[in-house]
Ligand binder design. Structure first.
Ligand SMILES: *Cc1c(COP(=O)(O)O)cnc(C)c1O
Length: 459
């Protein structure tokens, strides 16, 4: 069955879609677009596919906004949640604890960088960042450095869209309308490997682009609480990828200047890059690690902020010292979510699972050749199970397509006709499929993307 725009428009006659249009306000969406192209009404999902009510299927190549690891309707995850449901769905997490949260904290500590000992739960990526920022600020306040009140973040960095998290995002698209109320933090030019100002390659450079960060820390360390960044892949910026040497330089500089390192692995954690966690894999030692998205394999909202014993100790004391961390969310450590996370960790750490990603990573690279052949391919880049093609008007000058052309949106529509749910970030068509995707499905995914791009730009 072909998913032509006519079919899509006709489905707007659908009673439920009309009700949706009347009352539901969707995230990051110009709702007027839905006058002509309604949202997909998905009522079933299985493995890497989403199904609408007419039985049309769409390959979920972006893992339902980067959260799904083991496919939809996974028997093991379903069972883990059902078992927990029969015990207890939810209980508050102050003055109360429970087995799923204890098990999960232990597992996260075991598999992340050695210095991370304490786990603070919340319920989404933005809150995991808010927690890290607030803990860092309160730490400095309680250790005699109250002037450390600012955070350094990278241009192109993305850490969520609540006001605190937004204040450390380096993307004007998200910031512009709120700039006037955001806490004033410090933006620093970070890696831009495709358009490297030093003319170097990410495979062989020494992160010469670290200089602006080095200078910022040198100059402002007395007022800087921490640096926050997404290790190896700046997701929302368009899957911008940079080498680990940048992170090693960062850790050295931050240690020297007495500034916290906050890694936001909300997107890249849990196997996405071909290792369980980027920071652990590369021997890095952050002061804070933010986790969410893949943590429950896309089943339920959950997040964790990990930190060190040293930071924890600055909050530990008699009650009347009032050093406690005052921060809470109603659904902190929800037991059903923790049960899903424990099963996710069990699946990820099964012998051979992470190693088993290698042939898939190879297949993504091999299939990427097809995309490299496109005359609009500025770059095909890949880090583990994350891949992206950045489309440009001119391969020599790397001039991007203007925003008004909505190239990405048109490719998205073409993708639907070819049974793939692509959601390009501007001019970047990217793939962050469930880890269970098979090589033949990888081929189908890349081929559909190639055809979709070609049909939009080849006109
Ligand atoms: C998605 C994302 C967030 C925000 O997570 P939400 O659950 O959407 O609030 C934060 N940081 C990174 C790196 C992300 O990709």
């Amino acid at each position: 069955m072909e998913n032509s725009p006519q079919v899509l428009m006709k489905s707007m006659q659908d009673e439920d879609l009309i009700r949706d249009f009347h009352h539901v306000w969707h995230p990051c969406t110009q709702m007027k677009d839905h006058e002509t192209v309604p949202p997909l009404l998905i009522n079933r999902a299985e493995g890497i596919y989403l199904y609408d009510r007419e039985g049309r299927r769409y390959m979920d190549v972006i893992s339902s906004w980067w959260v799904n690891l083991f496919g939809h309707n996974h028997p093991g995850l379903n069972q883990a949640i059902k078992d927990q449901l029969d015990q207890m769905a939810h209980v508050m997490f102050a003055g109360v604890t429970h087995q799923p949260a204890i098990d999960l904290a232990e597992k996260l500590v075991q598999h992340t960088s050695p210095g991370l000992e304490k786990v603070f739960y919340s319920d989404n990526g933005s809150t995991s960042v808010e927690v890290a920022l607030k803990m860092s600020l309160q730490y400095w306040l309680q250790t005699g450095k109250p002037d450390k009140t600012k955070f350094v973040y990278l241009k192109g960095g993305y850490h969520g869209e609540t006001l605190g998290a937004l204040s450390v995002c380096g993307m004007s698209l998200f910031r512009d309308k709120f700039e006037r109320v955001l806490p004033q933090n410090l933006e620093v030019q970070g890696p831009d490997c495709l358009r490297c100002p030093f003319g170097l390659k990410r495979e062989s450079c020494q992160a010469e682009c670290f200089e602006p960060m080095a200078q910022a820390l040198e100059k402002d360390h007395a007022s800087v609480a921490g640096v926050i960044l997404e290790p190896l892949v700046q997701g929302a910026a368009g899957m911008n990828m940079y080498p680990p040497i940048y992170l090693r330089k960062l850790e050295d500089a931050c240690k020297a200047q007495g500034v916290h390192v906050i890694y936001d692995e909300v997107a890249v954690g849990f196997g996405r890059t071909g290792s369980l966690f980027v920071s652990e894999h590369h021997g890095l030692n952050p002061d804070f690690l933010c986790l969410s998205k893949g943590i429950t394999s896309g089943y339920l909202p959950l997040a964790a902020t990990l930190t060190t014993e040293k930071i924890y100790q600055a909050f530990y004391g008699d009650y009347d010292s009032f050093k406690l961390f005052i921060h809470s969310h109603s659904y902190s450590a929800n037991p059903l979510a923790c049960a899903a996370a424990n099963e996710t960790m069990r699946l990820l750490t099964e012998p051979g699972f992470i190693d088993g990603l290698k042939p898939k990573i190879k297949a993504m690279n091999a299939q990427g050749e097809v995309l490299r052949d496109l005359p609009w391919c500025g770059e095909f880049r890949q880090t583990g199970m994350i891949a992206a093609v950045e489309l440009v008007q001119n391969q020599e000058t790397l001039v991007p397509f203007p925003v008004e052309k909505r190239v990405g949106y048109q490719i998205f529509l073409e993708g639907l006709k070819r049974e793939v749910y692509l959601r390009p970030l501007g001019n970047v068509v990217y793939f962050i499929p469930p880890l269970i995707i098979e090589p033949d499905q990888i081929e189908a995914m890349m081929t559909a993307a190639y055809d979709s791009i070609n049909s939009v730009l080849g006109k």
